[in-house]
Design a protein. Sequence first.
Length: 339
Amino acid sequence: MRKPVVFITGANGEIGHGLIERLGQQSQRGIVTLDLARLDSTIAPLVDREITGSILDKGTLERVLAEYQVELVIHLAALLSTRAEFTPVTAHQVNVEGTLNLLEFAQHEAESHGRPVTFLYPSSVAVYGLPSLDAKTAAGKVKEDDWTHPRTMYGCNKLYCEHLGDYYARHYKQLAAETAAGKVDFRCVRFPGLISAVTMPSGGTSDYAPEMIHAAARGQPYESFVRPDTRIPFMVMPDGVDALLQLAAAPRGTLTRTAYNVTAFNPSAQQIADVVSRAFRGAEITWAPDGKRQGIVDSWPADVDDGTARRDWGFSPRFDFQSAFDEYLIPTIRGKYGR
């Protein structure tokens, strides 16, 4: 009999670290991971099976299908926003074709053991695209279905995959004689910028915030690629992990949509720099906005409306701006770098 497991792709990334630590402490199911790189030694002992490989390799997915009973797919593997702009075709292959492979995998898995497979998908604030700073200011808190006209390959990929997931959940093979939809229980968290105290940022356009903090903690100067007045929504990694697990556990009947905004705070880049400078004496933060990257960040909302997530499945972040730094980021990063 196949063992019930959680299957996590892109497990060695920023979200994967926190997620595996949490699941390793509380999950009754085993954990199987897939990543191009070997897992960090801090999380590798927590998983039942570590597979080194690509989500584009259907043979690897077929082996997982044969060996395990996957009840929850958490699809974290992606090529992030900055890197995606330099290699858009590769980004499409990884972010879209890889997701399609995983959705088909989940569909076949559900058909094989006779009940829906929950498919958890982290999307991004990059799905939005506001045309100007005036429009951004006027928009205020943006709802899920407003201003979804992304200007990056990553944003296009994420938005399309949100729609793919909704298709599998609600309309898959709708002309077939027998109903095929509903076997993939697709659930999407549309993340703001995520800040982790444990792992280093790895290619996101919102990474000016975590880069600023980690550089100061290492005693290195940091030159910000955005203006001091730049404002987008953020949350810290523990709240991001909580959001994924809360949505995964929510009763299906309480969910009114497949993709949900979440957020916690939306400081300006200057406000972040001020807090970092107070926490790490001698921090050297300067400003050298990159016009192209700045344009991308300016197209994202200053804030998002996450009221539907709060109503449908009880989302409520533990950390606001002040507590995120005072209780999580600063003490954890001090310990990491011995400062």
